[in-house]
Every structure is written in C-alpha cells, then in structure tokens.
Design a protein around this ligand. Sequence first.
Ligand code: NAP
Length: 516
Amino acid sequence: MVVPYKHEPFTDFSVEENRQLMLDALKKVEADLGKEYPLIINGERITTEDKIVSVNPANKEEIIGYVSKANKELAEKAIQVADERFQNYWRTSDPKFRAGILFRAAAIIRRRKHEFSAHLVKEGGKPWKEADADTAEAIDFLEYYGRQMLKIKDGIEINSRPIEHNQFNYIPLGVGLVISPWNFLFAIMAGTTVAAMVSGNTVLLKPASTTPVIAYKFMEVLEEAGLPAGVINYIPGPGSEVGDFLVDHPRTRFISFTGSREVGTRIFERAAVVHKGQKWLKRTIIEMGGKDTIVVDKEADLELAAQSIVQSAFGFSGQKCSACSRAVIHEDVYEDVKGRVVELTKELSAGNPYDNSHFMGPVIDQGAYDKIMSYIEIGKNEGELLVGGDGDDSTGWFINPTVFGDVDPEARIMQEEIFGPVVGLTKAKDFDHAIEIANNTEYGLTGAVITNNREHLEQARRDFHVGNLYFNRGCTAAIVGYQPFGGFNMSGTDSKAGGPDYLIQHMQGKTTSEML
Ligand code: NAP
C-alpha cells in the first residue's frame, strides 16, 4: 500500500541548522567541480573527445563539469538500444516495478536534498530558495507519477454486456525523445524523463547544453534505484547538431519537449513528416514559452498586488516560463501600485547565489544576458524606465531587476518573451479592458488576478485564456499534483505536467472485446 501523495515541503533557511546543512552541501559540491562526465548508452559509459563545458553562470571561471558530447553515430546507437529494449523488455515490464524505481529514486534524492540543491546553485545560478524548490519539485514528480502509474495500470472501467467482456487499457508508445530546458534543470528534466519511462517507454534523454551535469547525477540516482540498462539513455549534445537527427529518426515514436517557442515549433513541424520506414504518426508533447500577466483591479489589496508582481517578475531573475512580465493595472490604482512595485524592486539585489542574502542570481549565459539587455534597450523607447536597466557581465551574467512604466500593450516588450528580470506596467480603463489586454498575446501560459470583486473573479475564470490562472496570488510556483501545469496557444500542447492526464499522453489506449 502506497501512502497518499503529499508534496515535498520547502526548507526554511532562516533556521540555523538548515543554513549550516546547505553551506556544508555547497562545500561538498565544490569538491566535485571540474569533473568529466560520460554519455550513458545501455548502461555503458562512453567518453568522447568533444566536450560540453558547463560553467557557473555566477562565476564564469568556475567549471561545473566537462560532459561528453553525443554525435549522430552515438545518437543512432542510443536509438537502436532503446528500440531493442522497448520491444523485448520494457513495454511488458510490471508497472509496479517501474513505479517502485521512482519511489526509491525520490527517497535517495530526499536523503541528499541539500546536495542536489547546492548543485543547482552552482550549475543553474539558482538562489537557495529557488534551488530548494527545484529539488522538491523533482521529488514531487517522482512520487506523483509513480502513484499515477499505479492508478492506471489496470486500465479504465468501461461497459460490458452479457455476451461480451470489454477491456480498455493503456499501453506504452515506444522510444521517446525527451528534450529538456535549463531553467528547471532538475525538476523538468527529471519529471519529463520519468513520466515517459514509468509509462513503459524507453527514453533518450537530451538535457539542455548549459546544464547537463545535473542530468548525469540524476541518471546515477535512477541506476541506484534499480533502473535497468538501456531503458533511459543519457545523450547530451547540442540541439543544433543532434536535435533534428533525433526528431526525424523513423524509430522515434514520441517527443517530449520543453523549451522555447522557436525550437518547439520547429520540432512540431519536423515531427509531422513521415520518414522512410516509419510506421506511425509521431506524438508530440511540446511545452513552450509565456508572456504572463498579472491583472490588478481597483477593488484589490494593493500591497498584495505589488508583492505578487515583484515576486513573480524577479524570482529566479524572471527565468521562469510562468514569470510575470506584464502587469495590467486599473487606472484608478495605477500610480499607487506602480510606486510600491518600484519601492519593493529597489530593495532587491542580484549577486552570486552562493551568498543567500541576494534575492536574485545571474541569468544563465552570455546569450541570455545579451538578449535581455537588448530588450532593455528596446524598452527604453517603449516605456518609462522606472528602476534597473543595467547589468554586469564581467564575472557572471548579472542584470538588475528592471521595471518599465506606461508601456503600450502592443509594444515589443509586452508581446515577446524576454525571459529575464524585466516587467512592463500598463493601465486599463476598467476590468473588461484589463482582461482584453491580458489576452492579447500569442501565448497563454499563466496569469493572475488580484481583486476583491467576486464577479470579476468569475469573469476572469471564464474569459482569461491561460492554462494556469491564479487568484489573489502571484503567477508562478505551481505545485505537482496541486496545480497541473501547461499553457494554451503558443505556450504549447497544454500537457499539464504534474496532473492526472499527463502519463496517458505517453501511452495509447487499447480496447479488447471477447465474445463470451
Ligand atoms: P530552448 O533553447 O528551446 O532549448 C530547450 C531544449 O531544446 C534544449 O535541450 C536545447 O538543446 C534543445 N534544442 C535546441 N535546438 C534544438 C533542435 N533543433 N532540435 C531539438 N532540440 C533542440 O529553450 P531554453 O532556453 O532551454 O529554455 C527556456 C525556454 O523554455 C523559455 O521559452 C521558457 O518559457 C520555456 N519553458 C517552458 C516551460 C513550460 O512548461 N511551458 C517550462 C520551462 C521552460 P541545447 O541546449 O543543446 O541547445
């Protein structure tokens, strides 16, 4: 009997004992820096000449690790292994055995929780609180998907008649390609990988090239938890070099991608092409970017509104797909909310997250730094720069939290995903107008409404078109099993990670009918 699911609690680092545990974990992780990591295909460690170098975004000189890089030959080998393992073993493996691996892996990570979080501080540039939440979410995905598999393992009840017995079961699809982003370098990488695996598929895991070491460490955990060789194959490599090859391959049965709109739409298009020797239409689970809005009504707790905007905009330097990058504020309270947002933002600092006194760490790499700084330049012509607007890339990639006021809702900084610590404020005439502005992007991931007006909450529930809508709170921090996560429109296929429908998207329904 498995105990009911409950999400992993967050660590309170104001407690001295916890603070000390985290400092010890950081020291431990530092002793591991600069190591080499091989590929893992069929359990075999394969080292290549060509390496991906993972660096600490808060300190460019600090090398997290040198990771062997997959090329097309190794990607082909991994697909052949995964295909063979699927056909001859994993597709008929016992779902209880598979779920058991997830529960054991969760227990292993829980025991070494701070060590994993400390690694995320270093490889992902995450402040302690954000790193702790990422590790907790990875544990949650393992616990939740394990239980979901046990729930659906015997199929779904359908009708039978006296003359026949009918059965409806979910069976796995085949070889799944899992492509993960760097921002939830642990949780999304682990969650998408184990969802595919626990459903009975074999997996090729291609992590983001900026954060490949955490994925290797996760592979070690899965192996310790009993994962058989070849079921998940670890093939880090640049998306631009091996991505198309893996997506196009006729033995790839499905693709689970989380990342940018640009890459997601490319994968969606390529996956639609049927290649020679391919016997199926590829399934795609594609979760992409956001342009997420907090709406502030005139009848609202204005302190809550300002706190929600600032926390949602600048947590993890705005590098969450759910981050608030637009605030639409009723004109009657605009000046008050704007003033408080500016005050709160001025209290925040960006610095090396090793030191837990900083609210924000760096952005992930030079490319991100340059892109965000160029949007800040664009913003200077599109609105009033109220606070921030500057950065420093001399030691790491730091950008100060930036607020623009009086921005036209159609402006580029209000329409395009910046993925950094930048938020634009705009005025609405009334609540209808606010919802209209909130819906006027091509994305539809998260949103929040701050109001004490019950009718307006109901109106938003009906008309605010986003996959994750929050009332009287910020628009980030969905919890596995509590707020299934995924967006509409150009935010993706709305697969709802951490929700009850997620696993079956990695499976296909089979009906069996026997005449009695
Ligand atoms: P990205 O640049 O699209 O990369 C995501 C993954 O795709 C990486 O592993 C990348 O590999 C790979 N890739 C790149 N080119 C590829 C190709 N041609 N074929 C196959 N794979 C390819 O996104 P990111 O910068 O890592 O992540 C940030 C984005 O993710 C933001 O847009 C954010 O909103 C979105 N996101 C969405 C969600 C959600 O649930 N909706 C959650 C988190 C993040 P390389 O690293 O080797 O290039």
